[in-house]
Structure formats: structure tokens, C-alpha cells
Write a new protein. Structure first.
Lengths: 305, 294
């Protein structure tokens, strides 16, 4: 009987002190945890193989309403550096991580950007738009921020990180030019992009496309009836021939608009799927930031031309 | 330490909610937690419009006010309009939730605001949601302080009002006849429920609160007829579920709130089948015995 008690006690002890197997046994390299895959992609381009990088939210996940699992907490606690979107992208998690920044290294990229770059709502100055990654120039700034933070924590590899970051930033700036060229192929009056929720405002202002969303920035707010009918009239007036779906948001609203336009004799097609809050599955071309941007731009240009 | 903080948080929520939930179940009002989780929406929208920010404190105040308002409307409709409790709950929370939706679409169309992203906490983040003083001293997880305060208040409330609450729940007519202000105590109970639920939403999210309000009391209800024993069993169940729920989440690497809630269902089912007097197995045995003796 005593044996039984003892083994039960040992079992309990193991439960309390056993480490989670998911977190890598590091020591030799920096362990960096990011909230979204898009951020992890930027980090990987800077550190290559000289740090462990892990992501909390997988492909196709809506970061606004992500629910954590037990292992996520372990990752946050073990991380040498936590990188997150900031600007309320992760909802309440953003606040928790902001506070955690007083005791350990964290980087909320959106919150560190110069205020002039961040878009705010016209009526609420504190209501910021977190979807900064669709302006490639801003994203290049973010890569620079991340690189500086990583270098401050791992000075041994400073030159390596610096070289990687500046070559990646160069690639991004080239991509920025390429995107501008591709978009300019669309006739000016047809440069209107309609999606389910307002994730593309940065994209719109950077590349001179008018952007309209049905839902507002939140992915959970209901869309109003008048929003739909206003949009239907607008689409008919401007003779727009395509609107877009998003991979991490439900397409119910967009289907309602299509039905509305087609009923009134217009012809509206689905222009294709755009990646908004999350990238594609890893291993596919859309699983990287550059691949995702190219996919989005190709889809937009093909549909609107 | 992670395990300790999360299990402690779960237990605190489970005990506060379970104690109040026992009375709610007996008064046929157990869905009030779910109702409050919806009814706070206009509160957080108005708090945002007034303060211009989405800080936890203003959200908590707005939600707290509408939580109280909704429970008072429910109690008022039940008392004055003689509406059944479930109908009173249904009318109230759908109305308030709809008002919240309208406020969002009219005033804050482009701001990311809803309960999920500005109010509901997540039990997994409790150990890293620290209370840090201005001089940098770390005081430990912030939700623990809030939830402990709530628990102390609830225990005080129930200890002081136990007799009144008990008679008011089982025999309101008799209670009124002997001069107990039952209506006042009902309103006080509702107020306690709304404060507890809103504070718990902010720390651990909605699903766990709704589950702990109903699950442990419902299970305890099957095991005993004595209110005092029911309260004690509820508390023990709450702690057990927090403990095993956490470790289930650990093994599965899954959502902690989800695992605790699933375990609640498992506990309830076991009791439902095997309870000594009320379980379906016991009933079946009894009826077999009767058949044989006839």
C-alpha cells in the first residue's frame, strides 16, 4: 500500500515539474516565439538557422480571436524573445504581452513603428489598424526593427543578422516596386478592391487602390443591411467585375453582395482568395510573406484588369 | 508554478461561480451566466465611446454596469411581469445584445471591438498576466487578486445571507410571510452573480464561467438533497475539475478551458449513471428488485 502512495506521489511530482516536450532544448541558440506566421517568416529571413523560431498561431488562423492551448504558455515562458503584432492585432493577448515586456524581452512591432506610419480610424484616434504587413515598405521597416532587437540580444551573430536583414529588406523593396508596376497595369477607374473585412487599407494607400470592406476591421462585427445595398449600388455604378474572398474570414457577407448584384442584372465574379490575417500552409509558395504578397497581387490584377 | 497558478485560478472561479450557481439552479435561472456574457456588449461599446480606449479597466466598468443592469431587468420582469425566469432571461439578454450590435454598426464600424477581443480573458495567460508595481516589483498574476477578492465577497455574502437565501429560494411565500425581504435578497443575489461573472470573464473567458455556474451545482444536486452539502460538494468538484482539467490540457496540449469543461461533462455523466439514489443504474436496480419481490 505504501508503495502505491509513493508511486502516486512521484507521478504527481512528475506532473508538476515535467517540462513540456515541445519547447526545444536550447542553450546554444536564441529561442524566438512569434504570434503569427507572417512575423515568424520575417524572423526566419533574418536568423536563418542560427536561432529557433516557433509560431503560436498556425496557417489560416484569425489572430483577433485566437484561443490559446496549454503548450502556448510554455512557449511564451521559455522564449528568449517574444515578437507580436501589437496595435491590438491579437486582441487581449496584445495587452498581456505589452505588460510582460516590463519583465522580459518582447517586441510588439506595430507599437514600435513611427506613429506617422500607422493608420487610425478617422473618428477614433486610439483605434489603430493592425494590418501593417500589406504595405511592403512598412514591412521592411518592421524587418529592420526585428533585426535590431535580435542583434541586441545576440551580439555574437550581429554581422550575420545585419547582412541577412539588409539583403532581405532589399528584396522587399524590389518587391514593392514590382507590385507598384503590376497594379499600374489596371486602369485607374477599375482600381477598386472589395473584400469581406477591412484588412487591406495599408495595401490600398500604398499602391493606390480604393479599398472597401463590408465588415469593418473586426472579424466578428455583423455587416449592416444598408452596407450591402450601398455596396451593390456602388458596384453597379462603377462596373466592377470582381470581388475577393479572404482565407481566414467567412465568405457569407461577400456571397450576399454577389447575389444582390446579379439580381439587379450586373455581372460580378469572385476574383479569388486573398490571404489577409494569415499566410498559406508552410511548404507552399503562399507559405512565405513574399509568396503571399505575390499571390494576392496576381489575383487582384488578373481579376480587375 | 504555471500549473499552480492556473489550477488556483480555475478553483477560485469554480468556487465563486459554484456557490452562486447552486442557488441559481434551484431558482431555475442557471442560464443567467450565458445571458450576462451577451448582455455586456452594449456596456463595452459605450465604455469605449466614452473613454476612447480599450483599456481593461474601462471595459470592466462598462461590462460590470450592464451585467448589473441585465440581472436587475431579469429580476424585475420575473417579479413584476410574472414572466417565467427563462423567458425573462431570454427577453433581456437578446435585447441588450442586439442594442450592442446596433451601437457597433452605427458608431464604431471600423474599430475592432467585441467581447472576445476586449473583455474575455484566457486562463492560459493567467501566469503571464502579472501585476507589476511602478517600482518594478512583481506581485504575481493580476487575475488571482481580482478573483480572490470576489471569492471573499461571495463567501461573506452567502454566510451572512444563508438563511434568507435558503428560505427565499425554496419557499418565497413563506419567507415573505415571516417578514424576510425576499425581493431584496433576490436582487442582492443577482447583483453578486453579475459582479462575479463579469470579473471572471475578464480573467478566464466566458465558456469556463458559464460551465462552472451550472456544471458542479447540477452534479451536486444529483448527489444530495441538503443545500449545505450541495454547496460543499460543488466546491470540491470545482477544485477537482480545475486540477484534472489542467493536466488533461497538458497531456493533449489543448485549450485549458475546453478540457475543464469537458471534464465537467464527464463528472456529470458518471454521477448521472452511478449516483447512489438518483443515478439511472440505482433506479434500474430498484425497479428490478421491486419486480422480483412482486
Amino acid at each position: 500500500m505504501r508503495n502505491l502512495y509513493q508511486s502516486f506521489g512521484i507521478l504527481l511530482l512528475c506532473l508538476f515539474w515535467g517540462g513540456c516536450t515541445q519547447v526545444p532544448e536550447k542553450k546554444d541558440r536564441l529561442y524566438i516565439v512569434t504570434t503569427t506566421g507572417i512575423l515568424a517568416d520575417a524572423v526566419k529571413n533574418i536568423v536563418k538557422d542560427s536561432a529557433y523560431v516557433q509560431t503560436i498561431m498556425g496557417a489560416g488562423v484569425d489572430p483577433h480571436v485566437y484561443k490559446a492551448s496549454q503548450g502556448d504558455l510554455e512557449k511564451f515562458l521559455q522564449a528568449d524573445l517574444i515578437i507580436y503584432g501589437g496595435l491590438h492585432l491579437e486582441g487581449k493577448l496584445t495587452e498581456v504581452l505589452n505588460k510582460l515586456g516590463r519583465t522580459r524581452p518582447v517586441l510588439g512591432v506595430g507599437d514600435e513603428l513611427p506613429k506617422a506610419l500607422v493608420r487610425t480610424d478617422s473618428s477614433f484616434a486610439t483605434a489603430v489598424d493592425p494590418h501593417i504587413w500589406f504595405d511592403i515598405k512598412i514591412w521592411a521597416e518592421v524587418v529592420d526593427l526585428i533585426a535590431k532587437k535580435i542583434i541586441s540580444l545576440d551580439k555574437k551573430h550581429a554581422n550575420f543578422y545585419k547582412a541577412n536583414a539588409s539583403s532581405y529588406i532589399e528584396t522587399l523593396l524590389l518587391l514593392d516596386k514590382e507590385v507598384k508596376n503590376m497594379i499600374s497595369a489596371i486602369p485607374v477607374h477599375k482600381r477598386v478592391m472589395i473584400t469581406a473585412h477591412d484588412a487591406f487599407n495599408y495595401f490600398g494607400s500604398a499602391y493606390n487602390i480604393e479599398v472597401m470592406g463590408l465588415q469593418g476591421i473586426s472579424t466578428t462585427a455583423e455587416f449592416g443591411l444598408r452596407d450591402v445595398s450601398k455596396l451593390v449600388t456602388f458596384i453597379l455604378e462603377r462596373q466592377i467585375n470582381a470581388i475577393f474572398l479572404e482565407t481566414s474570414v467567412s465568405d457569407r457577407a461577400i456571397k450576399a453582395v454577389i447575389a444582390g448584384v446579379n439580381e439587379k442584372g450586373g455581372k460580378l465574379l469572385i476574383g479569388g482568395n486573398l490571404f489577409s490575417d494569415a499566410m498559406g500552409a508552410s511548404g507552399t509558395p503562399e507559405g512565405t510573406y513574399i509568396g503571399m504578397v505575390k499571390h494576392n497581387v496576381n489575383t487582384i490584377v488578373k481579376a480587375l484588369k | 508554478m504555471i500549473a499552480f497558478w492556473i489550477i488556483l485560478t480555475g478553483s477560485l472561479v469554480a468556487i465563486s461561480c459554484g456557490l452562486l450557481g447552486s442557488f441559481l439552479i434551484l431558482r431555475k435561472m442557471s442560464m443567467i451566466g450565458d445571458a450576462i456574457s451577451h448582455a455586456v456588449l452594449p456596456g463595452i461599446v459605450i465604455a469605449f465611446l466614452l473613454s476612447g480606449n480599450r483599456e481593461p479597466l474601462s471595459m470592466l466598468l462598462g461590462a460590470g454596469f450592464f451585467g448589473l443592469l441585465s440581472t436587475f431587468i431579469i429580476e424585475y420582469l420575473h417579479q413584476k411581469a410574472k414572466l417565467q425566469t427563462d423567458a425573462a432571461i431570454g427577453v433581456t439578454f437578446t435585447l441588450l445584445f442586439a442594442v450592442g450590435i446596433i451601437l457597433i454598426s452605427v458608431f464604431t464600424g471600423k474599430v475592432d471591438i467585441d467581447q472576445d477581443c476586449v473583455l474575455y480573458g484566457e486562463i492560459a495567460y493567467v501566469p503571464i498576466d502579472l501585476w507589476i508595481l511602478d517600482d518594478g516589483t512583481i506581485m504575481g498574476p493580476r487575475p488571482i487578486y481580482i478573483l480572490s477578492t470576489v471569492l471573499v465577497l461571495i463567501v461573506l455574502f452567502i454566510t451572512i445571507g444563508y438563511k434568507h437565501l435558503k428560505i427565499g429560494t425554496f419557499d418565497p411565500a413563506f419567507a415573505t410571510a415571516i417578514g424576510i425581504p425576499t425581493v431584496l435578497w433576490h436582487y442582492l443575489l443577482m447583483g453578486a452573480v453579475s459582479i462575479t461573472t463579469v470579473a471572471s470573464f475578464e480573467s478566464v473567458g466566458s465558456i469556463l464561467v458559464v460551465a462552472f455556474l451550472i456544471g458542479p451545482p447540477a452534479t451536486a444536486y444529483l448527489l444530495t438533497d441538503d443545500l449545505k452539502k450541495m454547496l460543499i460538494i460543488t466546491c470540491i468538484l470545482g477544485v477537482l475539475i480545475s486540477f484534472f482539467g489542467y493536466w488533461l490540457a497538458y497531456w493533449l496540449n489543448a485549450s485549458i478551458a475546453g478540457c475543464m469543461t469537458v471534464l465537467l461533462g464527464v463528472f456529470f455523466t458518471i454521477v448521472f449513471i452511478f449516483a447512489p439514489n438518483t443515478g439511472i443504474l440505482a433506479k434500474k436496480l430498484k425497479s428490478n428488485k421491486n419486480a422480483i419481490s412482486i
